[in-house]
Design a protein around this ligand. Structure first.
Ligand code: ATP
Length: 343
């Protein structure tokens, strides 16, 4: 397996701002790294540069300490699986999986063995004689993964591989991919704009916006200590509440930390008067929307209350309630939106 290192990668398609604008990123051997960001932030472009389908305007790409800028895709040893899967409709599953090997000089016997290995690994051995149209979305995805794996790549690049699946299948496919990756120890770079997927799958997440990395960290680091307002509001649903303070600084706190005062055990908790405008009961939790009193501009706030503990009658809409946030749950951002040291 391999480590992947991007050094100050820039890719310009000729527009005002480069699609990838100076990204440096280290993905150690065996890590599951997620590239997370909104549509158009440059995730796919970075992935295509890593596998060699796109040439960077400047910067270096290293795979296992070797600069691969000039190395063609096939010789880089990385496999990429696309959102569309790109299966050939007229080929059987067997021929789809073996396709990358048949274009190389690999013996029939060796091809047969590898197809068997990959199809067993992904539980699709019984589907080898079918054609893609005779498969479910999840099975197609596994065929595409098997095709990527028969090349025995040193790193696997996945571009939104689950976006064609329904919600239930996505959840199980997420676990399947992760379990498989851990078993094999395969260095994996996974692109998504879905923060739940990123949080659930990544060893680490690189949050990207407008071609730049905003933060790289474990899901816990990204969620608890977002580096700036972009990360704070992109990761987490509902997003972190951001309150504009006098002087242009910002105060951030997560909806689940904003609770009726009686539920907050902290003498020094920050207290707010909160008018509840709307409330949604979701079973395990209640999402409450409203505004804070005492600010020059209207501050729209969301609270996430544990459903079992909060009787509907106690959070009446249209009324002011005493809410509080523990000091340790408050995050402070400067007027440029960057996180400041804890007060
Ligand atoms: P999505 O989640 O929508 O796939 P992304 O984060 O993967 O988005 P990219 O596909 O990397 O984004 O695109 C980044 C930017 O580069 C976009 O503004 C896009 O329009 C632009 N871009 C990508 N490929 C090309 C190209 N071949 N020519 C010109 N512009 C391009």
């Amino acid at each position: 397996m391999a480590a992947v290192l991007a050094k100050k990668i820039v890719k310009s398609f000729g527009g005002d701002v480069p699609a990838v604008n100076g990204i440096s990123l280290t993905v150690p051997d065996g890590e599951f790294m997620v590239l997370l960001g909104p549509s158009g932030c440059g995730k796919t472009t970075l992935l295509r540069i890593i596998c060699g389908l796109e040439r960077q305007t400047s910067g270096d790409l290293l795979i296992d300490d070797r600069i691969v800028n000039e190395i063609p895709p096939r010789a880089r040893g990385v496999a990429m699986m696309f959102q569309s899967y790109g299966l050939y409709p007229h080929y059987t599953v067997r021929n789809n999986i073996s396709f990358p090997l048949r274009t190389q000089r690999v013996s029939r016997a060796a091809i047969g063995k590898k197809v068997e290995w990959a199809s067993q690994l992904l539980g699709i051995g019984h589907l080898l004689d079918r054609r893609p149209r005779q498969l479910s979305g999840g099975e197609r995805q596994r065929v595409a993964l098997a095709r990527a794996l028969v090349r025995e790549p040193t790193a696997l690049l996945l571009d939104e591989p689950l976006s064609n699946l329904d919600a239930k299948l996505r959840t199980s496919a997420r676990q399947e991919i992760r379990q498989f990756q851990q078993r094999v120890g395969l260095t994996t770079i996974y692109v998504t704009h879905d923060q739940v997927e990123a949080m659930g799958m990544g060893d680490r997440i690189a949050v990207i916006d407008k071609g730049k990395i905003r933060q790289v960290g474990t899901p816990v680091e990204i969620y608890n200590n977002p580096a700036d307002l972009f990360v704070a509001t992109f990761v987490g649903a509902p997003p972190m509440n951001i309150v504009t303070q006098n002087g242009g600084e910002y105060l951030g706190f997560r909806p689940e930390n904003f609770l009726p005062k009686a539920m907050v055990e902290d003498e020094s908790a920050a207290e707010f008067s909160f008018r509840v405008d709307r409330s949604e009961y979701l079973g395990s939790e209640r999402i409450v929307y409203g505004v804070l009193e005492g600010f020059s501009s209207e501050q729209l706030i969301t609270a996430k209350l544990p459903g079992a503990h909060v009787a509907e009658a106690s959070i009446r809409t249209g009324e002011w309630h005493a809410f509080a946030v523990k000091r340790s749950s408050l995050r402070h951002f400067d007027s440029s939106g960057n996180r400041m040291a804890q007060h």
